[in-house]
Design a protein around this ligand. Structure first.
Ligand SMILES: Cc1ncc(COP(=O)(O)O)c(C=O)c1O
Length: 481
């Protein structure tokens, strides 16, 4: 592969999107100053975790070494410093999602999964409720099903087919099609009774971007489900009642955060390490204040109560939405760190990061699709290509010249030998099969035999074309018989 002419060809096609030409630092400067620790490491596992920048960590150290932060639930001046920084962090998070504080609140959690669990735990399920979720979803979303089913609600997955372009246009797409998979119920006694569903609350969950295929989902889904559930679910008895919508933005928020001023989701979840690498163990649930009022919480604790009596069955919750959801002392030092993470995102802007990373991903997709064996057979099968808009993830499997798949151990070995950091291949195997294989028996056979495997590579702010070239050369050389 002639990398110089490849780069020229790439720049001709994607030059206006690649490299942050209008930012204070271009891509080569960013890589050289903010991510020097990478040296020649080809880090392409941003779907797993993104990387912190060096000035971010210097600012965090400086901040923590120069400020005394106390427990935000106390009243000392050091506690007020924490309260102040936590308040600012909440505002910064809300403005990242273009959410008005009058309409939304930012609840800190230990991650996207904890935020999802919180929604599942506190959602006002009844035996007339439905939990509907797109087939392409993270297991952490599927876990909500346990809460729904245990309260007698119905749960079902849907395939979402879009007819046209997805994006931020304001008119919902009428040609969007939802196909319902079979209804799961734990308690047949709870089968819906006609006419009794009007007051039920239902939950619909979808990812802003699939962490496996890179497919981006249309934010218009929110309005469609809230206003047209009868039409898109073809008057299924499970569509009635009031729909609340959850976006799992754990993968998508780094390059395309949901815009909550336009698309009024009730819940958005994400983790900060997926945005700017550090801190880990911190995420957030953005909740619409009206939706928060519907949630039911059993537990009370620490700073979340105004008063509780030990020997009398009495407690009084604090008023705020944050205090309703946040148990115990929040991770205030981690929260203090997020202002420093947002600096690089704000400097580059999410839209530039999106254009930069998706230009590399589009280039890699085209090259992988064109890769052939000597006998003319194509080498790669790519996933998620049917959707009209893709994120910066490329998900693919490789075949031998005789059409058989490379096993996951081979792919793993290939990535390890080449020193490419990508998404765990065994996990991919499970995900690929989850999405592609309908029959459980076939699923387990393929799993047992390890017959097929894939790679997920995700590009992010510090990736240059050179790392994608290295990946392509590795795939090219690996197409041995
Ligand atoms: C789409 C999606 N949802 C949820 C999660 C879970 O996030 P966390 O492990 O940060 O709780 C992930 C993590 O990879 C993800 O990609």
């Amino acid at each position: 592969m002639n990398t110089e002419s490849e780069k020229e060809q790439f720049l001709k096609e994607f030059g206006s999107d690649y490299g942050y030409a209008n930012a204070p630092k271009n891509i080569d400067e960013i890589r050289a100053t903010e991510f020097k620790r990478l040296n020649d490491t080809v880090y392409l596992d941003h779907a797993g975790a993104t990387l912190y920048s060096e000035s971010q960590m210097e600012a965090v150290f400086k901040d923590l070494n120069s400020t005394v932060y106390g427990n935000p639930h106390s009243q000392s001046s050091c506690s007020l410093a924490s309260e102040d920084i936590v308040g600012k962090a909440r505002q910064q998070v809300l403005s990242f999602f273009n959410a008005s504080p009058r309409e939304y609140s930012c609840i800190f959690t230990s991650g996207a999964t904890a935020a999802l669990k919180l929604v599942g735990e506190t959602f006002p399920w009844s035996s007339n409720s439905s939990f509907m979720y797109s087939m392409e979803n993270h297991n952490s979303v599927l876990g909500i099903r346990e809460y729904a089913l245990s309260k007698g609600a119905a749960a079902f997955a849907v395939d979402i087919e879009e007819g046209t372009h997805v994006g931020e246009s304001e008119s919902p797409k009428s040609n969007l099609k939802l196909t319902q998979h079979h209804i799961q119920r734990r308690n047949e006694g709870g089968v819906l009774k006609e006419g009794m569903t009007g007051n039920a609350y239902n939950l619909f969950a979808f990812p802003s971007e699939c962490n496996f295929s890179g497919r981006k989902f249309d934010p218009n889904l929110i309005k469609i489900i809230k206003e047209e559930s009868e039409r898109v679910l073809e008057s299924s008895q499970y569509c009635r009642g009031c729909w609340l919508v959850l976006i799992d933005a754990a993968k998508g928020c780094a390059t395309n955060p949901p815009n909550l001023s336009k698309f009024k989701a009730d819940f958005v979840v994400f983790s900060f390490y997926k945005l700017f690498g550090y801190p880990t163990g911190l995420g957030a649930l953005i909740v619409r204040n009206d939706a928060a009022k519907l949630m039911k919480k059993t537990y009370f604790s620490g700073g979340t109560v105004a008063a509780a009596i030990a020997d009398v069955d009495f407690f009084k919750r604090r008023e705020g939405v944050e205090e309703f959801f946040e148990d115990g002392t929040i991770s205030f030092l981690s929260i203090a760190a997020i202002q420093h993470g947002f600096k690089i995102i704000n400097m580059l802007t999410t839209s530039s990061i999106f254009r930069h990373t998706t230009s590399i991903a589009a280039y890699v997709r085209n090259k992988l699709l064109a890769l052939k064996h000597e006998n003319g057979e194509f080498v790669c099968t790519l996933y998620g290509l049917l959707s009209s808009e893709m994120g910066p993830t490329v998900s693919f499997n490789m075949k031998r010249p005789d059409g058989t798949w490379y096993g996951y151990r081979e792919v793993e070995k290939l990535a390890t030998l080449a020193g490419i950091q990508l998404r765990d291949v065994f996990a991919i195997l499970v995900l690929v099969l989850n999405i592609l294989v309908c029959h459980t028996w076939i699923f387990f056979q393929i799993l047992r035999l390890g017959m097929c495997a894939g790679m997920i590579v995700t590009f992010y702010m510090e990736n240059q074309l050179e790392q994608s070239e290295y990946l392509l050369v590795t795939c090219q050389h690996s197409k041995m018989p």
